[in-house]
Design a protein around this ligand. Sequence first.
Ligand code: ZN
Length: 437
Amino acid sequence: MKYLNSTCLIIAILAIWPQVSSSLTLEGKSLTILDPPKSFSRILSRKLKNPKFTLQVSETHFPAGTAARAEVDKTVKLYNSLPFSPIHITVEEAPHRSKKEVYDRSPGDRDYVILDYIDNNDPGVFPCHRDGGTSCSDNKEKKINGWSANSCKYKDHGGYGMCKPWEVTCFKSKARFFSVALNTHCRKHDTNLNSKDFPKVALLLHEIGHGFGMNHTPSWKKEDKSLISIMQGKIASLSATDAAFLYKMYGVKKKKFWDFEASPAVRYFGIKKKNGVETKKLVTKPLKDISPKELYFDRASAQFLQCHKNVAPKFYANWFNKSFKDAPGLKVVMKIKTETGILVIDKFRRNYPPFSTANWSSKVVIAEKDINLNGARKITGNFQILVDSDGKFTEVNESNNRISAKITFLSRKAQCSRKKAKKSSYNKKRTLRKKVR
Ligand SMILES: [Zn+2]
């Protein structure tokens, strides 16, 4: 009898409990917490002698006030705002330099880093690429080794290039400086300041990351490959893994701080189709590109489906604990905020180990009642990821705790925007996958 009573009481409480948690159905939901890399040895290459340096950008291509320069400044700010790190980059304008000048083999006491466009057909020696190679991407059949951007280091002992096996001091030597070159043949921005194909934050972070001594993910240990990093590119921020590398290499002045981040990009298993065979492949994409952009209400299934795909939307999220400490009870919320209301997709409170990366993804069944269209044909909103959503932790950097991607809800399938027309062959050529080194 007593047992029955308490059951009734629980039911009664549940009935009057405010409906804070949504009744959304999450299909194939997964949350994985990835620790920092197991092995740093394969990830790190030659260290930079001084993590405080001047970055000379060519005034011809990156003058102050331009969009291209803003990307450089944002990149530098991300490196400079790594909490309690000795890394500090100062941006300075300098006259445009030729290939010969950038890769001068007698650089005197040069210690600054150069960012400039290089025409590899020009005279001089390109120490980090075959001279005359101007192709932007690889072509295996023609044995073409392409490059779109390149980071090239100069050693204190041994200068440019590989060390000879007997050159012990060369092997031990740190990099005194490096140069980031952009292939003039790959971007209209080289000759047109108004062109929008200037190098973006993700690419600049990647190239400077090489300068700091970080290697591409193919050289990482297998168990670390699922970690998101600037070394795969496509992430316009330093991930927990990147922060761990940089602290490992250059030290830290103080370890007692919190810093969490909602990642602007996600890493996940995508499906690759080749000759009719589907294989899983790890890919990185900016959140705004992978998030569902347009959903329409489908009467037959009584739920919102993704335009063109006609399936329930799949959402992805990555976030980081970029601290030397555990983050016990950190609350993370994923929600959709529209003009007419807030729909909580998922939320949890748990511990995140130091420099860990959280990977979340799920198919979400959104019913008619979940989104209030309010009689409108279309409402807009945002898919949001909020880290430390209750603000319980005091962080050194609170500005990176939220990231969002635009989402539109439509009342009918017919309102889905048309798929973009296929690009002309000329544009195709310009947007070939560019190779970065
Ligand atoms: Zn690279």
